[in-house]
Design a protein around this ligand. Structure first.
Ligand code: NDP
Ligand code: 8X3
Length: 258
């Protein structure tokens, strides 16, 4: 039997204070008035603003995803009517810097690893038992093209997203027969707060990343995420790579040792 009108009912989105996460929360709420949302992020005021703006119930979890004990506790302590999560979007993440690895501070590396990898793994591990018990779930991990193609200055960010992309495939193997889907979404450059964060508040530098090109926005990605999550349960997209039409590949480069 197919379920052509399937849609998830209790949706947890990490990093819902801006960018993809916020846009996706807004789109689910506007298209599916019977859904409930769990929205996470560090900026309490942004979460409260989202909660007020949406017409569906929103449970907010204001926390740093690097606090792994707090992440686990907040999922264990969910109110009863938010416990049965059937869609988890592991979206919280960041890049810091674009200097060569050897010139960058180790604190930046640790923050990317703790957020993009450890936070995602612990959130997934805490949410999965309910999905397995209910024989119903979908985990969408936000990877990146950076995980598929290396570029100068990408180092730890590229590595962390390669983890996300490949972890998603491996997780799918372990969930065989459980009716829990796993999808890695691997976007290219999309204008959000991403580059402002990457360049530590330097808006001019961030704007230059997208200057003169036809931009992808959080809205493009949110539409993809809602589409993925509303396919019938027998249909699993393993991975999907999305780029702006104006972004493409630059080949390998050679240099003499100087
Ligand atoms: P934004 O900077 O707009 O959003 C990032 C979100 O992650 C925010 O809600 C932020 O919340 C949250 N976040 C970051 N660090 C933490 C933390 N320590 N604890 C809790 N939440 C955290 O960027 P995007 O929407 O673009 O990014 C979303 C995801 O998409 C990221 O994983 C990013 O790597 C990935 N991505 C982005 C691309 C792009 O070009 N924009 C392309 C490919 C992938 P807060 O600051 O409130 O904590
Ligand atoms: C973000 C996309 O191209 O800046 O993950 O690495 S890119």
């Amino acid at each position: 039997m197919t379920h052509m009108n399937y849609h998830p009912k209790i949706i947890m989105i990490t990093g819902a204070t801006s960018g993809f996460g916020r846009a996706t929360a807004e789109l689910f709420a506007s298209q599916y008035p019977d859904c409930k949302l769990i929205a996470t992020g560090r900026r309490t005021e942004k979460l409260e603003e989202l909660q007020k703006a949406l017409s569906v119930p929103v449970h907010i979890i204001a926390q740093d995803i690097r606090d792994l004990e707090a992440v686990k506790k907040s999922i264990d302590d969910l109110p009863d009517d938010f416990k049965n999560i059937d869609l988890l979007i592991n979206n919280a993440g960041l890049a810091l810097g674009s200097e060569p690895f050897q010139n960058q501070a180790t604190e930046d590396f640790m923050q990317m690893i703790d957020t993009n990898i450890k936070g995602l793994v612990v959130t997934t591990h805490a949410v999965l038992p309910t999905m397995i018990k209910n024989k119903n779930g979908h985990i969408i991990n936000i990877g990146s093209i950076a995980g598929n193609y290396a570029y100068p200055g990408g180092h730890v960010y590229c590595g962390s997203k390669a983890f996300v992309n490949h972890f998603s495939l491996a997780l799918r193997a372990d969930l065989k027969g459980k009716n829990v889907r796993v999808t890695a979404v691997e976007p290219g450059a999309v204008e959000t707060e991403f580059s402002i964060v990457r360049f530590k508040g330097d808006k001019d530098k961030a704007d230059k990343v997208y200057d003169g090109y036809r931009k992808l926005t959080a809205e493009h990605i949110s539409k993809t995420l809602v589409w993925l999550a509303t396919q019938p349960p027998e249909f699993n997209v393993n991975s999907i790579e999305i780029m702006p039409t104006d972004q493409s590949f630059n080949g390998f480069s050679f240099d003499k040792v100087s």
